[in-house]
Write a protein that binds this ligand. Structure first.
Ligand SMILES: Nc1ncnc2c1ncn2[C@@H]1O[C@H](COP(=O)(O)OP(=O)(O)OP(=O)(O)O)[C@@H](O)[C@H]1O
Length: 298
């Protein structure tokens, strides 16, 4: 008899806006008749999923599933680096950037079903000051909004937009030097995004051409944000045509150094990390395996 697929689900009970959904009950309902051995483990505090993921990989699970948003995905992915286990995603966050990029269904029953017979794809892993990221990292306004969003008390797209509009009126660009491939450029940073995946989440496409397995980061620089540009950037993010709109400058590279005139906030995968003046950003090609929906055979 073929061996059963072993899957460990790591649930962040605090993620997303729909916390009443009973994930263990859904798993029991949709996996009972499947050739799968699974376990459920709950996170108890921020950062716990890193340890739980590492332990699940050591316990021999083939897939370790982040049940949560991009913050939980980041923690589980970090724990799995260098192990034999693949990352799975049951999207339960408010943005779900990596899930959307990897075309994981957002409806939990569909996402659970596709985990039973997945394809496996290796993806690149970005690092900013040695902090891994899988979707996007960034400096400037997006990091500042992540910080304020974390303090807002409520989650979801509505709160995010409210915080972004409020902070837009206060936020000023910072002078930076940006070094890539031996060239240094002096510029201003309103937003500098390092995109491994195409979007921030919620289908806000910061780098719609980003390929998660190409060994390159897509850099998106916006040096200032007067009102008209803010409107055009918002439209470009929503329509996925920001590069063609001419409102941002793009580069692709695998290593970048940024020096800022003053401390700037930075985020990884939408979670504010802290402030720094020097940033070393790099990419490790194909460093993480991800369980993705199987391509349909026609
Ligand atoms: N048991 C827990 N108690 C408190 N915080 C937790 C717990 N488990 C995980 N966390 C933290 O919750 C944070 C938010 O989780 P996550 O990003 O998954 O959800 P979200 O913010 O609602 O979704 P999205 O990132 O898609 O907006 C994570 O950064 C993680 O560190």
């Amino acid at each position: 008899m073929p061996e059963k697929l072993r899957i460990c689900f790591l649930i962040n009970p605090n993620s997303g806006t729909n916390r009443r959904q009973d994930v263990p009950a859904l798993l029991a309902q949709y996996l009972a008749a499947e050739p799968v051995d699974y376990e459920v483990r709950l996170t108890q505090y921020a950062g716990h999923a890193v340890e739980l993921a590492r332990q699940a990989a050591a316990d021999g699970f083939r897939i370790v599933v982040a049940v949560g948003g991009d913050g939980t995905v980041n923690e589980v992915g970090r724990g799995l680096l260098g192990t034999q286990a693949a990352l799975g995603i049951l999207p339960r966050g408010s943005g779900n950037g990596l899930a959307r990029h990897m075309r994981v269904p957002l409806a939990l029953p569909d996402a659970i079903r596709q985990l039973v017979r997945p394809d496996f794809q290796r993806i690149d892993v970005g690092y900013i000051n040695e902090r891994p990221f899988f979707c996007t990292a960034g400096l400037g306004f997006d990091a500042h909004v992540s910080k304020c969003f974390a303090l807002a008390g409520t989650r979801g797209l509505g709160t995010y937009v409210q915080v972004a509009v409020r902070e837009y009126r206060r936020f000023q660009p910072t002078p930076i030097s940006l070094t890539m491939q031996g060239n240094t450029q002096e510029t201003n940073c309103y937003v500098l995004a390092f995109a491994n995946a195409a979007q921030y989440g919620n289908n806000a496409y910061i780098a719609p051409l980003a390929d998660i397995s190409d060994g390159l980061l897509d850099l998106c620089l916006i040096d200032a944000m007067p009102l008209l540009r803010a409107v055009r950037v918002s439209i470009g993010l929503a329509l996925g045509n920001l590069p063609a709109s001419g409102q941002a400058v793009y580069h692709t590279c695998s290593q970048v150094h940024v020096q800022a005139a003053q401390a700037l906030g930075f985020h990884v995968d939408g979670d504010y990390v802290g402030d720094a003046q020097h940033f070393d950003v790099r990419l490790e090609p194909l460093a993480l395996e991800v369980a993705v929906p199987a391509k349909k055979v026609r």
